[in-house]
Design a protein around this ligand. Structure first.
Ligand code: SF4
Ligand code: SF4
Length: 342
């Protein structure tokens, strides 16, 4: 890792150079209340003052809500992969969403290499940025408040400069071409350390997950608990769709009217909707809201501790924010702990 600094006076030139030479996706204010990551055409569009976006940026780019996997013809049997990928810069992603992306990287390259994801990921240049967490964000509790890998450059505002961690040759190349940088000096490291100390205090929401996974199974048979936690759920699936680490999808055929050509595509799916567990014979493995909420929390807080040694939740708080029934994962973690004394 190399450490550089960029004077804020030179920040506009750096960004403008990137925008002129690359497809840049970055945070933009899209109405009075919402920010979203969208293609950026000029420097003024970028708004790094965002505290949340409805959808996680890396998931949007690397695992879009709908994408073609293969095209095929049936008169002469032929199948062609549809890997739509181009070099892009993702600018301004924060640490927890970047950690969510790192989780997706593992999912789509472990057990099975997902070419559609990997080709996009290989061409994505990632420039992260420390941003202000929302009031519902508990990333610090999940150990996701700091970006340690998965980026080319990571920038932190330390006053009149950005402290830049340079993780890859590509990141260094971008700085060399487009930024007037200098070496980070002791005073810059001190300012960075000071920022990190104060940053932890900005995470206001809490969810005590210490040792949570060890005895989580004890809660599985507590039917009254799960009925209570899921009572108001509408089974809408929004919590899955907005989650940076949810990766379930459904594959379907779109056959053209000529019945000779078609596309096999995938779309995001949700373990919270009733049809997810439905199989042939009209049997549903998770027929109740309680079954489905339990499965969702098991996936977030247990399954990937066993598989990867990591929670599949980065504490972004989007699921709680998106839920019309006001089901809040932090409150539910406390309720589960209380019930079974984890
Ligand atoms: S967003 Fe809320 S209501 Fe919708 S499925 Fe998730 S928990 Fe249920
Ligand atoms: S489970 Fe909720 S808080 Fe955790 S990463 Fe997903 S959306 Fe964010």
């Amino acid at each position: 890792m190399l450490y550089k600094v960029l004077d804020k006076d030179n920040y506009k030139d750096f960004l403008s150079g990137l925008i002129q030479n690359y497809n840049v996706t970055g945070p933009k204010k899209i109405n009075n209340v919402l920010h979203d990551f969208v293609p950026i055409k000029n420097f003024e569009e970028i708004d790094l003052g965002y505290v949340k976006t409805t959808l996680p940026p890396a998931k949007k780019l690397l695992f879009p809500s709908k994408e073609g996997l293969v095209s095929y013809t049936t008169d002469i049997i032929n199948v062609e992969p549809l890997n739509e990928s181009e070099e892009k810069i993702l600018f301004g992603i924060n640490a927890w969403d970047l950690n969510g992306m790192n989780f997706l990287d593992r999912i789509f390259t472990t057990d099975f290499i997902d070419d559609n994801y990997v080709e996009k990921r290989d061409k994505l240049i990632v420039i992260g940025m420390d941003t202000t967490p929302s009031e519902i964000n508990f990333a610090a509790e999940m150990g996701a408040e700091c970006a340690k890998s998965g980026f080319d450059l990571f920038m932190t505002d330390i006053g009149n400069k950005y402290f830049i961690r340079v993780a890859t040759p590509k990141g260094m190349e971008l700085l060399s071409k487009f930024a007037k940088i200098s070496e980070a000096l002791t005073a810059d490291f001190n300012a960075y350390d000071k920022f990190k100390e104060s940053y932890l205090g900005m995470f206001k929401a809490s969810a005590d997950v210490r040792n949570f996974h060890e005895n989580f199974e004890v809660s599985y048979g507590k039917n009254e608990l799960w009925d209570r936690l899921s009572k108001n759920c509408f089974s809408c699936g929004s919590c899955n769709l907005v989650c940076p680490t949810c990766f379930c999808f459904n594959v379907k055929d779109d056959m053209k009217i000529d019945l000779k050509t078609g596309i096999k595509s995938r779309e995001w799916d949700s373990c919270m909707i009733p049809d997810y567990g439905l199989v042939a014979g009209n049997h549903n493995f998770r027929p109740t809201k309680a079954n489905r909420l339990k499965q969702r929390y098991r996936c977030k807080l247990k399954t990937f501790i066993d598989k990867f040694g990591a929670y599949s939740c980065v504490g972004c708080g989007r699921c709680a924010e998106a839920c019309l029934a006001k089901i809040n994962i932090c409150e539910d973690i406390s309720a589960i702990k209380e019930e079974v004394s984890l």
